[in-house]
Design a protein around this ligand. Structure first.
Ligand code: ADP
Ligand code: AMP
Length: 213
């Protein structure tokens, strides 16, 4: 089962992809997570990606297509994968198509998780992530039992450097200009499923499971 989770920043793609990955036993491939790891490790890719990420702009298609091309060839993707945050431009979607065709693969579901822009700013500025295991939290909607401590592993929660109000607004502008057209690309090729990401997280999860089967 090869899935794409689309949606604006803060819609809940990562939150849901982690749960779906656990339930279906397929990996979550988040280009954002991979790029953050590259920046942290100071790799050549990380050095090239850093400035665009800090400003809320997009990293070049060549970099992210290269990362995903390598990643979907790994053994744990043999039974499927969830793309989270990729493709973000029509160029990336076209490159993905080519890569999949070359490998005899196809996307089974493109799911658009929708949310209103006004809700996304507070979702993102309130987002916290465990620095140790990656579990996601929100200061209001999914608060940990002990402030700033991960319920799952006891790790310290961190705020992403790009989760400021100013950067979020830039990311939303970039989303509408460059990523929303990707939905039309997939609409033209067949059906896109839409899930209302403004609903409770568990309701969103159930809706996704109903689509995936
Ligand atoms: P994305 O991966 O799409 O950028 P996240 O999954 O990281 O978004 O979610 C952004 C923030 O919103 C997180 O703090 C998360 O806990 C919270 N969140 C996710 N889904 C919901 C929801 N349905 N209702 C309320 N808050 C949510
Ligand atoms: P995310 O974790 O999905 O919110 O992504 C964080 C940041 O990483 C984005 O604001 C971009 O700068 C960069 N990024 C992640 N995925 C992509 C992608 N597919 N194309 C370009 N830039 C990306």
């Amino acid at each position: 089962m090869n899935l794409i989770f689309m949606g604006p920043p803060g819609a809940g793609k990562g939150t849901q992809a982690r749960r779906i990955a656990e339930k279906y036993g397929i990996p979550q491939l988040s280009t954002g997570d991979m790029l953050r790891a590259a920046v942290k490790a100071g790799t050549p890719v990380g050095l090239q990606a850093k400035a665009a990420m800090e400003s809320g702009g997009l990293v070049t298609d060549a970099i992210v297509v290269g990362i995903i091309g390598d990643r979907i060839g790994e053994a744990d993707c043999a039974n499927g994968f969830i793309l989270d945050g990729f493709p973000r431009t029509v160029g990336q979607a076209e490159a993905l198509d080519t890569m999949l065709t070359e490998r005899g693969l196809k996307i089974d579901q493109v799911i658009d998780i929708t949310a209103a822009d006004e809700a996304l700013v507070s979702r993102i500025t309130g987002r916290r992530t465990c620095g140790k295991c990656g579990e996601g939290y929100h200061i209001e909607h999914k608060a940990p039992a002990v402030e700033n401590v991960c319920d799952k592993c006891g790790g310290a929660l961190v705020t992403r450097a790009d989760d400021t109000e100013e950067t979020v607004r830039n990311r939303l502008t970039v989303y509408h200009a460059q990523t929303a057209p990707v939905l039309n690309f997939y609409r033209g090729k067949g059906e896109i499923k839409v899930v209302d990401g403004m609903q409770d997280m568990n309701v969103v999860f159930d809706a996704l499971c109903a689509i995936i089967g």
